[in-house]
Design a protein around this ligand. Structure first.
Ligand code: GDP
Ligand code: MG
Length: 595
């Protein structure tokens, strides 16, 4: 038997730069997947992924090339999944930096690239889509040279679509990426596996995707997770072809999966280390973290009687999504629901879509918000996740919020609009430099609150789609924010209240009441709609009364009878107004909660 080397690598690329297409070509030329079973973007298995053309869940695959074993990990490109990507980078020795020749390097790619360089990975720069007429190879080469300090002839030119250059690329992987250590010495050591992903399967339980760093593991071995402290037994060990293929064992250097008897992915988290339960001295690998949610929103069933269905659906999603936080909450307007924490807006979007599609639920989602740290005058510090929990301003000593450092890359002709946009979002420019001849790299510090909701989309529209952005949390800073309370008929509507910067409170208040006036149906009597900060009303509109013509049937000249009837109507309305009950249909709520 030939002694095969194991070469582990991943592809770093911005969304749409051709990562999945390149993976398809690799599967073809290595005959990993039979021709007749080949379909486009084979590794994106979720319906949502295929439809939107994005990779949400990473997918490893084992291939053979020149009698060597190649393990490719296809990583999700979005900033919400940065931590998972960072663990995938720790599972490999090399990375293909794949850049679309019509687009150039994008911000999120850079963030991942920096991490790869920090992890000492061998980087193979590759320019894709050279078959397109719009490809600007010289400019892309210039950017890559500047970024990596490589020579022009070290950059490979390929077309993932036509397959041009793909075989040479695989040759380069074998040539440049160091083979993973699988010598007897490493295999003899105590077992240490890095989990770079985990999922729940109805038949196999929790399946951990691992890089065996040292030692060997097989079905039946007793294992322990260092981070969570959970113990279990390996039910099956195997590799990815790309489906699960059971093997006798997994050894140092290999990438594969371990099926366990565990029931929840949070017991086998990304970044955790698997050791053998009888090898107590084996140390955890560095870098284990539990990523904290950054965006919070309430999720309520549109139909109150679907609460338990929603609870079950969320629990099911959580089995497979260790980052999704869920806590039951009660809202006087929306009834029973859940306060949920997400890694970012894409994560929220995915959860919402899956609840709708896979569980057929109609939902009301409250305005997404970040969380704040509030020090009270009594010396207590608490984290606040909803406007409803916001303390009375008189009891607040200090409010803090998270800041991010954001990297923005834009063509220089859009610099003006981008400066303007970032200023509106309280961005502080800390660095500005050219990237190649026509694009600029900017570094900003700004509040997470301004970034999470839709800055990315706004940047896209300010730059005709050419701008890109990434971010990481840096610290907590003092926040000038206030609670904007929304009152309908003098009644506080917590579900509609917002946390806004003090300087934007009046404007935001006016917008909200104006919108309420449009979408809330008229009542029997006039209804005041107000936005308030503390006890101060910042904005007010009046929803006019719906006047049913009670005198319509009285034709003829009996003025007194008419007046009497109208007065009676007025009295009735007063009574109703005093009761304060207003009927706001769920549809009106939903459109108010939309931005
Ligand atoms: P990903 O988001 O990085 O996985 O990118 P995809 O592989 O989904 O590719 C995005 C789009 O670019 C798809 O429509 C592909 O067909 C197309 N594409 C990928 N590589 C090439 C290429 O080399 N040439 C051309 N013309 N199109 C490509
Ligand atoms: Mg893809």
């Amino acid at each position: 038997m030939v002694k095969q080397g194991i070469y582990n690598f991943c592809i770093i690329a911005h969304i749409d730069h051709g990562k999945s297409t390149l993976a398809d070509r690799m599967l073809e030329v290595t005959n990993t997947v039979e021709q007749r079973k080949m379909r486009e973007q084979l590794l994106d298995s979720m319906e949502l992924e295929r439809e939107r053309g994005i990779t949400i869940k990473l997918q490893p695959v084992r291939m053979e090339w020149q009698e060597q074993i190649l393990n490719l990990i296809d990583t999700p490109g979005h900033v919400d999944f940065q931590y998972e990507v960072s663990r995938s980078l720790k599972a490999v020795e090399g990375a293909i930096l794949l850049v679309d020749a019509t687009q150039g390097v994008q911000a999120q790619t850079l963030t991942t690239l920096y991490q790869a360089v920090e992890s000492d990975l061998i980087i193979i720069p590759v320019i894709n889509k050279i078959d397109l007429p719009a490809a600007d190879v010289p400019e892309t080469v210039k950017e890559i040279k500047q970024l990596l300090g490589v020579k022009e002839d070290e950059i490979l030119l390929i077309s993932a679509k036509t397959g041009e250059g793909v075989e040479q690329l695989l040759d380069e992987v074998v040539k440049l990426v160091p083979a993973a250590k699988s010598s007897a010495i490493e295999a003899d050591k105590a077992l240490r596996c890095l989990i770079f992903d985990s999922m729940y399967d109805d038949y196999k339980g929790v399946v951990a995707y691992v890089r065996v760093v040292e030692g060997a593991v097989k079905a039946g071995d007793g294992i322990k997770l260092k981070g969570t402290g959970v113990s279990d037994r390996v039910v099956e060990a195997g590799t990815f072809s790309p489906g699960w293929e059971a093997r006798e064992n997994l050894q140092a250097g290999e990438i594969g999966y371990l099926a366990t008897g565990l029931k929840e992915v949070r017991q086998a988290r990304v970044g955790d280390t698997i050791v053998k339960s009888n090898e107590k001295e084996a140390l955890a690998l560095p870098g284990f973290k539990v990523p904290q949610p950054k965006v919070f929103a309430g999720i309520y069933p549109a139909q109150g009687d679907e609460f338990s269905k929603l609870r079950e659906a969320l629990a099911k999603l959580q089995l497979n999504d260790a980052s999704l936080k869920v806590q039951q909450e009660q809202s006087n307007a929306l009834g029973q629901g859940f306060r949920c924490g997400f890694l970012g807006m894409l994560h929220l979007d995915i959860v919402q879509e899956r609840l709708k599609r896979e569980h057929k639920l109609e939902l009301v989602i409250t305005t997404p918000t970040v969380h704040y740290r509030i020090s009270g005058t009594n010396g207590e510090v608490k984290e606040v996740y909803t406007p409803a929990e916001w303390p009375d301003p008189a009891q607040v000593e200090r409010i803090e919020e998270q800041y991010v450092e954001s990297e923005v890359i834009v063509p220089d002709k859009y610099l003006g609009p981008v400066f303007e946009l970032m200023k509106q979002h309280e961005g502080i420019l800390t660095k500005q430099e050219h990237l190649g001849d026509r694009r600029v790299r900017l570094v900003y510090e700004l509040p997470l609150r301004e970034l999470v909701v839709d800055l990315y989309d706004q940047l896209k529209s300010a730059t005709a789609g050419f701008g890109s952005l990434s971010y990481e949390l840096i610290d907590w800073r003092a926040a000038e924010v206030v609670k904007l309370s929304i009152l309908i008929n003098h009644e506080l509507m917590e579900a509609l209240s917002l946390i806004v910067p003090r300087s934007k409170a009046v404007k935001a208040g006016r917008q909200v009441v104006a919108k309420m006036k449009q979408v809330i149906p008229r009542q029997m009597y006039a209804v005041p709609l107000q936005a308030a900060m503390g006890g101060t009303i910042l904005a007010r509109e009046t929803l006019p009364a719906m006047r049913k013509d009670v005198t319509g049937h009285l034709y003829g000249g009996d003025v007194t009878r008419k007046r009497k009837l109208l007065e009676k109507q007025k009295k009735g309305k007063k009574k109703m107004a005093a009761r304060g009950s207003i009927d706001i249909p769920p549809a009106a709520y939903i459109s108010l909660l939309k931005r």
